[in-house]
Write a protein that binds this ligand. Structure first.
Ligand code: AHR
Length: 518
């Protein structure tokens, strides 16, 4: 804290943000606001599906959960795993329910009843206005089975698998567009983990078959599960040397935890690490592109990202049950601030990150928590995700910022993490500002040069006096955003206060007839 000696008052830390509509990074694809539901813990059973619940519909899906998912307007949901998929046979989840097998799922040491399978999950996704990103099993599964799954789902008619789909109640193809080639095959924890060359070969053969069956599908290669693995980033280079011509995206996964060091600033600085991880993989993709003399661009799919407190895990309990509790983190206010920082990083990498999935959506490290036979609530992390989905539209802008820094384990870290978008259809700018300073507010000047006059439409603030506050089943309204009153006059520069530890979403409406430039 600085002291203004002349007047003897404390002077606030200051930051400056400059936006220019011509300085763009890339288009925000709506699929970057996707999510993920795995057959893990209570994501499905007593999460989205609970026939005994008084609020369930005729298919057994909880309507209260559907409402919370719909409110998030999730465009794409990755399914059915996760580690689960590497031991999963998709054929166990089709056909008459009463004939479906109960299976020991070795990934999460739980029993899978297969009551919800491919058709049921598709029906649910339509009820919540979303699409499904499928994942094929490249652990115990084979390229042949992956091809059969595409045939079952997307082939029109006249083959064994497509006709079986019709017999099972779905005459028209599902036409799933996005397909992940396995999950985290670099992780020693994965069922039938592979070396990079093994995965590269297996995934190439699966990709060939899958695209022969349906050339319109988009494929995602299973990239590095985390930068702490010794194989990172060689894994990505090697698999891409096999797969570059066959895939459209490289996936990456990243979770952040309030670590052993108990250093809050390090946790709050997670966005710096995510940015580095993304940029390393962009370089790796482009290295292979150059090596192959290719004109094709492979993009990134950050198809698992979140905050995850592994110490809250309950993997050791409730083994071998259907719907056993797994990693039901009850997130606090700090977690929502960390998530907001990561959201800004996703926006700031819009030129390469074209898909992303917040992992996960219900009960498992999720923004939505349910109780069996009870309520469904919005966690603290629900809100930054919802704000991003609603307001980050159009082109990501290259924010020029002048902000104070602190030192964290990642080195020099800005105290204000920022991102901005410009939607030329609605003529609106959205600005996202995260103040990670745990002690002080920061006075921030926003200059919108190149936009000419605008007015602030909304200033939505997520802050809280108690950093460890949580939303619970007893009180689910403890942490939620609030609207800040703003003067709605036209200007091109504003000064606002970013409270310590806060996430601000500002929207600006530009005047049509006063637009500068092209
Ligand atoms: O999202 C939980 C788990 O995290 C997924 O199953 C796995 O892919 C990752 O390790």
């Amino acid at each position: 804290m600085l002291l203004n000696k002349e007047v003897g008052e404390r002077s606030m830390k200051k930051a400056k943000i400059v936006l220019n509509k011509d300085y763009t990074i890339g288009k925000i694809e709506e699929n970057v606001w996707g999510s993920f539901i795995e057959h893990m813990g209570r994501a499905i059973y007593t999460g989205i599906y609970e026939p005994e619940h008084e609020l369930s519909d005729e298919q057994g899906f909880r309507k209260d959960v559907m409402e919370l998912v719909k409110e998030l307007d999730v465009p794409l949901i990755r399914y059915p795993g996760g580690n689960f998929v590497s031991g999963y046979d998709w054929k166990d989840g089709i056909g008459p329910k009463e004939k479906r097998k109960h299976i020991a799922d070795l990934a999460w040491r739980q029993i899978e009843s297969n009551e919800v399978g491919l058709h049921e999950f598709y029906d649910w996704s339509k009820k919540v206005n979303s699409n499904v990103m499928q994942t094929v099993n490249l652990g115990t599964g084979t390229p042949k089975e992956a091809g059969e799954m595409v045939e079952y789902c997307n082939f029109k008619e006249g083959t064994y698998w497509s006709d079986l789909r019709a017999k099972n109640g779905k005459k028209e193809p599902f036409n799933f567009e996005y397909w992940c080639l396995g999950n985290e095959m670099d992780g020693p924890w994965q069922i039938c983990a592979l070396t990079a060359d093994e995965y590269g070969r297996k995934a190439t053969e699966a990709a060939k078959i899958m695209k022969w069956v349906d050339p319109s599908i988009k494929l995602i290669a299973a990239g590095s599960s985390a930068p702490f693995l010794p194989t990172y980033p060689e894994w990505d280079r090697i698999i891409l040397e096999h797969l570059y011509d066959h895939v459209d995206y490289l996936s990456l996964h990243r979770y952040y935890e309030y670590g052993e060091d108990k250093n809050l600033n390090n946790f709050l600085a997670s966005f710096v690490d995510l940015d580095r991880f993304i940029k390393t993989l962009v370089s790796t993709v482009n290295y292979v592109k150059a090596k192959k003399r290719s004109n094709k661009q492979v993009y990134l799919s950050l198809d698992e990202w979140n905050v995850w407190h592994t110490k809250q895990d309950e993997v050791a309990e409730d083994r071998w049950k259907i719907g056993a509790r797994r990693v039901e983190n009850n997130f606090d206010f700090i977690d929502s601030i960390v998530l907001a920082g990561l959201i800004c990083t996703i926006i700031n990498n819009a030129d390469f990150v074209k898909m992303a999935s917040l992992a996960q959506l219900v009960n498992v490290i999720a923004p939505i928590l349910t109780e069996p036979n009870g309520k469904a609530i919005r966690q603290t992390t629900y809100y930054p995700y919802k704000l991003a989905r609603y307001y980050a539209k159009g082109m990501a802008l290259n924010v020029s910022d002048h902000v104070p820094n602190i030192m964290t384990k990642y080195g020099k870290t800005p105290l204000v993490q920022s991102a901005a978008t410009y939607d030329n259809e609605t003529n609106e700018v959205s600005l996202f500002l995260v103040n990670i300073d745990t002690e002080e507010d920061i006075e921030t000047t926003i200059n919108m040069q190149g936009f000419n006059q605008a007015r602030i439409e909304e200033f939505i603030l997520l802050d809280h006096e108690n950093k460890n506050s949580k939303n619970t089943f007893k009180d689910d309204g403890v942490v939620k955003p609030r609207n800040v009153k703003v003067e709605r006059k036209m200007s091109d520069e504003w000064t606002i206060t970013l409270p310590k530890l806060s996430f601000s979403t500002l929207t600006f409406k530009l005047e049509n007839d006063t637009k500068k430039g092209v």
